[in-house]
Design a protein around this ligand. Sequence first.
Ligand SMILES: C[S@@+](CC[C@H](N)C(=O)[O-])C[C@H]1O[C@@H](n2cnc3c(N)ncnc32)[C@H](O)[C@@H]1O
Length: 232
Amino acid sequence: MGVPITDTELATFEALAARRRAGEPLQYLEERIPFGPIEVTVDRRGLIPRPETEQLFALAVDAVVEPQIIVDLGTGSGNLALALKHAFPDAVVYATEISPAAASLARENSRDANLDVTVLDGDLFDPIPEHLRGNVDLIVSNPPYLSEAEIAELPADVRDHEPRIALVAGRTGDEVVAVIASEAPRWLAPGGTIVCEISEFRGPAMEELFAPLGGEVRKDLAGKDRFVIGRA
Ligand SMILES: C[S@@+](CC[C@H](N)C(=O)[O-])C[C@H]1O[C@@H](n2cnc3c(N)ncnc32)[C@H](O)[C@@H]1O
């Protein structure tokens, strides 16, 4: 005979089952998820980190040697910034985030993982200290890259439960990545690297956008255009 469950355990289980029935993604119920070499807490304040973004992390690690200054734009739960701090403990890591709720989640994850990342509130590069202009060795970003039309086609668990600001960039989908491409050259150190996640449908357009940094598109494990990598 199995061990009987308590009333409290039953109530917890029923509450979780009700949330799942309402379409909430399993990862929000589980709360802790692995990302590369670390684990982060996820909840409705931030996007659930995707396997493609773990590949972005691996691409970035392979592309640089002992980076001193790292910037993650649109950090969400802090997953990328924290994994990079884990990979390069001597680097100073900044992460920016426009959603105050996501920024607070990233700060909690930084504290819980004991990985020192400075999470700054604001729009892309705006909150980065001026003295870092021309001194950043590695910029990473998984920006929102869907268009307003594309969000309607997403599965309901994503569309209705993950933050819209994490998914949709604007009318075309290129609005946020276009700002990153135009401002990155001013922030990168000579020889500095940028790696961005992109829409699978925008590979050729992204190579053009990142042409001043010699942008090259790389594919994800499903063979889809998914990353652009460039160098100053
Ligand atoms: C696709 S999510 C990525 C989250 C996390 N970096 C990851 O890879 O799982 C994009 C993140 O960028 C943030 N964001 C959107 N527009 C932004 C902007 N203009 N400046 C800074 N952050 C922004 C969103 O709030 C969201 O957290």
